[in-house]
Design a protein around this ligand. Sequence first.
Ligand code: SF4
Length: 342
Amino acid sequence: MVDSTIVTSEDPALEAVRLTKHFRVRGQGWRIGRSPRLRAVDEVSLALYPGTVTALVGESGSGKSTVARLLARLYRPTSGTIRLHGESVARSRRRSGKRYARSVQLILQDPFSSLNPVHTVRYHLSRPLRIHGFARNREQADQEVAELLAEVRLVPQDQFAEKFPHELSGGQRQRAAIARCLAAQPSVLLADEPVSMLDVSIRLGVLNLLKSLAANRNLAVLYITHDIASARYFASTTLVMYAGMLVEGGPSEDVTQEPAHPYARLLLASAPDPDRFGQAPPIPDRGEPPNLIAPPTGCRFHPRCSQAMSICSQQDPPRAELSDTHWVRCWLYSPNEGTGAQ
Ligand code: SF4
C-alpha cells in the first residue's frame, strides 16, 4: 500500500512502491560478497501529487536523503518500483532516460556545491533550456532566463543573470539552483533539506517560494527535513521516517498536532518551542539511532521507546489506520497489543 494519505482527484506524479536500498559496506577484513549490508531504506512506499507538498521528516541517518537520491535515480534501488505518471521506471539509470531526468529535479542542501563556480547564473539556466529543447536560440534563452529569475524573485534579472555563484548570498544561490531546476520544466521537485544551510532569517522566504511554485506550476514537491515543525507549516502531508522505514503518515495537521508514534512525539518534543524556553523537553531522548548494519529486531525504535512491550522486539508492527488519512506502524495501535510493558 502506498503510504501517502492526501485526498486528491489527480493521479500521483511520482510513486515509490516498497523502495529498498541496501549498501554493501566496504572495508578490510571482508571477503568479496561477504561484506555486510547497510539497510539504509526498507520498503518505503509513497506518492507525490501535483500541486502539493509532502514532507519526509526524520533525524540524521534515518534514510530520508537516500530516498531522495533513489527517486532522483542517483542510486539504483535494491528492490522496489518507481512510477512516473503511472509508468514504471527502468531500474537502470541509462534506460530510465532523459524524460525522467527532466521531469524529476533534485534541489540539494548546499546550493554552493550544486552550482559551478566558473559559470554565471545565465549559463546555469540556459544550459538545461538548450539541452531539453526549450530555447532554440540565444534570444529565446535570454527571455526564458529573465522569466525564471523573476519567478524565483532574483530581480533585477539582468544583473543577477551575470553574477557568479560566489557573488550571491546563500538564499540567492538556492533561488538560482531552484530556477535551474525549473528550466527543465519538471513535474516533481525533490528538495533535500533545502534551507538547512541558510540563515534562519531567509529560510521562510525560500520555503514560501517552493510552496508557491507547487501551487502555481502544479508541481509535486517532496520536502525533506529534520524539522517536523516546519513540515506542519509547509506541507499538506507529512511522513515520518525512522531507521530506514516509514513509521507514520497523514495530513500534516494531524501528524504534528496529534502524533501517534512515540518517535514522532519525540521529534516534535525536540523541535524548538519558544513556550518551553529554558525547560527540559517533555519527552527525554533515550539514546542514539540504531546501527543499520544490524538493526534492532521487531520495531526498530524499541531500544529507545519508553512504551516498548515484549512483542515490540519480536515482530515488526503492522500498519494501523487511525483514520481514513492517518496511519501508524506501532504495536500500541494494533489489535495484538497489550503483551505487557518491558
Ligand atoms: Fe514503541 Fe513498540 Fe510502538 Fe515500537 S511498536 S514505537 S517499541 S510501542
